[in-house]
Design a protein around this ligand. Structure first.
Ligand code: 9YT
Length: 187
Protein backbone atom coordinates (compact mmCIF):
# COMPACT_ATOMS: atom_id res chain seq x y z
CA UNK A 1 0.00 0.00 0.00
CA UNK A 2 1.15 3.50 -0.81
CA UNK A 3 -0.14 6.58 1.01
CA UNK A 4 0.90 9.93 -0.40
CA UNK A 5 -0.31 13.52 0.00
CA UNK A 6 -0.18 16.51 -2.30
CA UNK A 7 2.26 18.12 0.13
CA UNK A 8 4.57 15.11 -0.30
CA UNK A 9 4.98 15.74 -4.04
CA UNK A 10 4.76 19.52 -4.48
CA UNK A 11 8.11 20.74 -5.77
CA UNK A 12 9.34 17.24 -6.67
CA UNK A 13 9.65 15.75 -10.14
CA UNK A 14 6.03 14.57 -9.77
CA UNK A 15 4.99 18.24 -9.90
CA UNK A 16 5.03 19.19 -13.60
CA UNK A 17 4.35 22.70 -14.92
CA UNK A 18 3.30 23.84 -18.39
CA UNK A 19 2.29 27.32 -19.62
CA UNK A 20 -1.42 26.85 -18.84
CA UNK A 21 -1.48 24.12 -16.19
CA UNK A 22 0.29 22.35 -13.39
CA UNK A 23 -0.05 18.62 -12.80
CA UNK A 24 0.73 16.87 -9.54
CA UNK A 25 1.18 13.21 -10.40
CA UNK A 26 0.19 11.12 -7.41
CA UNK A 27 0.39 7.74 -9.14
CA UNK A 28 2.77 7.11 -12.05
CA UNK A 29 3.89 4.25 -14.28
CA UNK A 30 6.63 3.41 -11.81
CA UNK A 31 3.96 2.31 -9.34
CA UNK A 32 3.12 -0.36 -11.93
CA UNK A 33 -0.65 -0.45 -11.46
CA UNK A 34 -1.77 0.23 -15.05
CA UNK A 35 -2.88 3.88 -14.71
CA UNK A 36 -1.61 7.22 -13.49
CA UNK A 37 -3.54 9.65 -11.28
CA UNK A 38 -2.99 13.39 -11.46
CA UNK A 39 -4.29 16.41 -9.56
CA UNK A 40 -4.22 19.07 -12.25
CA UNK A 41 -4.81 22.82 -12.00
CA UNK A 42 -5.57 24.79 -15.19
CA UNK A 43 -4.96 28.48 -14.78
CA UNK A 44 -7.87 30.95 -14.94
CA UNK A 45 -8.35 32.62 -18.30
CA UNK A 46 -6.34 30.06 -20.29
CA UNK A 47 -7.20 27.68 -23.11
CA UNK A 48 -5.36 24.38 -23.51
CA UNK A 49 -5.65 22.37 -26.71
CA UNK A 50 -4.88 18.69 -26.23
CA UNK A 51 -4.83 15.46 -28.14
CA UNK A 52 -4.03 12.30 -26.20
CA UNK A 53 -3.31 10.23 -29.30
CA UNK A 54 -1.48 7.63 -27.22
CA UNK A 55 -3.57 7.60 -24.04
CA UNK A 56 -7.11 7.30 -22.69
CA UNK A 57 -7.85 10.00 -20.12
CA UNK A 58 -10.71 10.46 -17.67
CA UNK A 59 -10.99 13.94 -16.19
CA UNK A 60 -13.18 14.78 -13.19
CA UNK A 61 -13.70 18.40 -12.24
CA UNK A 62 -13.58 19.12 -8.52
CA UNK A 63 -13.20 22.90 -8.65
CA UNK A 64 -13.77 25.92 -10.90
CA UNK A 65 -15.72 26.45 -14.09
CA UNK A 66 -14.86 26.26 -17.76
CA UNK A 67 -15.81 24.88 -21.13
CA UNK A 68 -14.71 21.80 -23.05
CA UNK A 69 -14.81 21.86 -26.86
CA UNK A 70 -14.64 18.68 -28.91
CA UNK A 71 -12.54 19.98 -31.79
CA UNK A 72 -13.65 17.10 -34.01
CA UNK A 73 -17.41 17.74 -33.72
CA UNK A 74 -17.60 21.30 -32.44
CA UNK A 75 -19.63 20.15 -29.42
CA UNK A 76 -19.25 22.32 -26.34
CA UNK A 77 -19.75 21.21 -22.73
CA UNK A 78 -19.88 23.28 -19.56
CA UNK A 79 -17.34 22.13 -16.98
CA UNK A 80 -18.07 22.52 -13.27
CA UNK A 81 -17.47 20.50 -10.10
CA UNK A 82 -19.03 17.06 -10.48
CA UNK A 83 -18.58 16.89 -14.28
CA UNK A 84 -16.44 14.13 -15.77
CA UNK A 85 -15.29 13.70 -19.34
CA UNK A 86 -13.73 10.55 -20.76
CA UNK A 87 -11.57 10.79 -23.87
CA UNK A 88 -12.29 7.25 -25.00
CA UNK A 89 -11.85 8.14 -28.68
CA UNK A 90 -8.58 10.09 -28.47
CA UNK A 91 -10.56 13.22 -29.37
CA UNK A 92 -8.78 16.48 -30.05
CA UNK A 93 -10.19 18.93 -27.54
CA UNK A 94 -9.74 22.35 -25.97
CA UNK A 95 -10.34 23.14 -22.32
CA UNK A 96 -11.03 26.77 -21.45
CA UNK A 97 -10.66 27.66 -17.79
CA UNK A 98 -13.05 30.50 -16.94
CA UNK A 99 -11.82 30.34 -13.34
CA UNK A 100 -9.00 28.20 -12.01
CA UNK A 101 -9.99 24.59 -12.73
CA UNK A 102 -8.98 21.72 -10.50
CA UNK A 103 -9.22 18.36 -12.23
CA UNK A 104 -8.51 14.79 -11.18
CA UNK A 105 -7.08 13.00 -14.22
CA UNK A 106 -6.52 9.29 -14.81
CA UNK A 107 -4.38 8.08 -17.72
CA UNK A 108 -4.07 4.66 -19.32
CA UNK A 109 -1.37 3.76 -20.24
CA UNK A 110 0.07 5.50 -17.20
CA UNK A 111 2.20 8.59 -17.56
CA UNK A 112 5.78 8.17 -16.45
CA UNK A 113 6.01 11.70 -15.08
CA UNK A 114 8.15 13.10 -17.87
CA UNK A 115 5.33 13.93 -20.30
CA UNK A 116 4.38 17.42 -21.34
CA UNK A 117 2.38 18.27 -24.47
CA UNK A 118 4.26 18.45 -27.73
CA UNK A 119 3.39 21.03 -30.41
CA UNK A 120 0.28 19.00 -31.29
CA UNK A 121 -1.02 18.68 -27.74
CA UNK A 122 0.09 15.04 -27.65
CA UNK A 123 1.91 13.25 -24.87
CA UNK A 124 4.57 10.82 -26.16
CA UNK A 125 4.11 7.16 -25.28
CA UNK A 126 6.84 6.68 -22.69
CA UNK A 127 7.56 3.56 -20.69
CA UNK A 128 9.47 2.84 -17.56
CA UNK A 129 12.75 0.99 -18.26
CA UNK A 130 11.46 -2.17 -16.60
CA UNK A 131 8.00 -2.19 -18.20
CA UNK A 132 8.43 -5.69 -19.54
CA UNK A 133 8.68 -7.04 -15.99
CA UNK A 134 5.49 -8.43 -14.45
CA UNK A 135 3.35 -6.03 -12.42
CA UNK A 136 3.70 -6.86 -8.72
CA UNK A 137 0.85 -8.93 -7.37
CA UNK A 138 -0.05 -10.55 -4.09
CA UNK A 139 1.70 -13.69 -5.34
CA UNK A 140 4.91 -11.81 -6.19
CA UNK A 141 5.06 -9.04 -3.60
CA UNK A 142 7.33 -6.08 -4.35
CA UNK A 143 8.20 -5.84 -0.66
CA UNK A 144 9.39 -9.41 -0.36
CA UNK A 145 6.64 -10.22 2.14
CA UNK A 146 5.30 -13.75 1.52
CA UNK A 147 1.82 -13.79 -0.02
CA UNK A 148 -0.95 -15.71 1.68
CA UNK A 149 -3.17 -17.62 -0.69
CA UNK A 150 -4.48 -15.10 -3.27
CA UNK A 151 -3.97 -16.15 -6.91
CA UNK A 152 -2.13 -13.52 -8.96
CA UNK A 153 -4.92 -13.36 -11.56
CA UNK A 154 -7.59 -12.56 -8.97
CA UNK A 155 -5.44 -10.14 -7.06
CA UNK A 156 -4.28 -8.20 -10.07
CA UNK A 157 -6.86 -7.88 -12.87
CA UNK A 158 -5.14 -4.66 -14.02
CA UNK A 159 -2.40 -6.69 -15.65
CA UNK A 160 -4.83 -7.73 -18.40
CA UNK A 161 -6.13 -4.21 -19.03
CA UNK A 162 -2.60 -2.82 -19.24
CA UNK A 163 -1.87 -5.30 -21.99
CA UNK A 164 -5.01 -4.50 -23.95
CA UNK A 165 -4.35 -0.76 -23.73
CA UNK A 166 -0.96 -1.32 -25.29
CA UNK A 167 -2.66 -3.16 -28.16
CA UNK A 168 -5.23 -0.41 -28.57
CA UNK A 169 -2.61 2.30 -28.83
CA UNK A 170 -0.79 0.52 -31.64
CA UNK A 171 -3.22 1.61 -34.36
CA UNK A 172 -3.79 5.21 -33.34
CA UNK A 173 -3.65 7.97 -35.96
CA UNK A 174 -0.40 9.86 -36.32
CA UNK A 175 -0.57 13.37 -34.84
CA UNK A 176 -1.17 16.13 -37.37
CA UNK A 177 0.97 19.23 -37.49
CA UNK A 178 -1.78 21.82 -37.14
CA UNK A 179 -2.87 21.70 -33.53
CA UNK A 180 -1.43 24.47 -31.35
CA UNK A 181 -1.53 23.80 -27.64
CA UNK A 182 -1.17 25.27 -24.18
CA UNK A 183 -1.96 28.80 -25.23
CA UNK A 184 -2.29 31.26 -22.37
CA UNK A 185 -5.16 33.55 -23.40
CA UNK A 186 -4.80 35.92 -20.49
CA UNK A 187 -1.22 36.96 -21.20
C1 9YT B 1 -7.21 18.45 -17.95
C2 9YT B 1 -5.92 18.16 -18.62
O1 9YT B 1 -5.84 17.22 -19.32
N1 9YT B 1 -4.90 19.00 -18.39
C3 9YT B 1 -3.59 18.81 -18.92
C4 9YT B 1 -2.67 18.11 -17.96
C5 9YT B 1 -2.90 16.63 -17.87
N2 9YT B 1 -4.20 16.29 -17.47
C6 9YT B 1 -1.93 16.04 -16.87
O2 9YT B 1 -0.81 15.72 -17.25
O3 9YT B 1 -2.31 15.92 -15.71
Amino acid sequence: MIVRTLDDIVGTDRDVEAPTWRSRRLVLAKERVGFSLHDTVLYAGTKTRMWYANHIEAVYCIGGTGELVNEETGERHAIAPGTMYLLDGHEQHTLAAHTELRMVCVFNPPCTGREVHDENGVYPLLAEPDDSAPIPSAATPATGTPATGTPASAANPSAASADSSADASADLPAPSANAPTDTPTNA
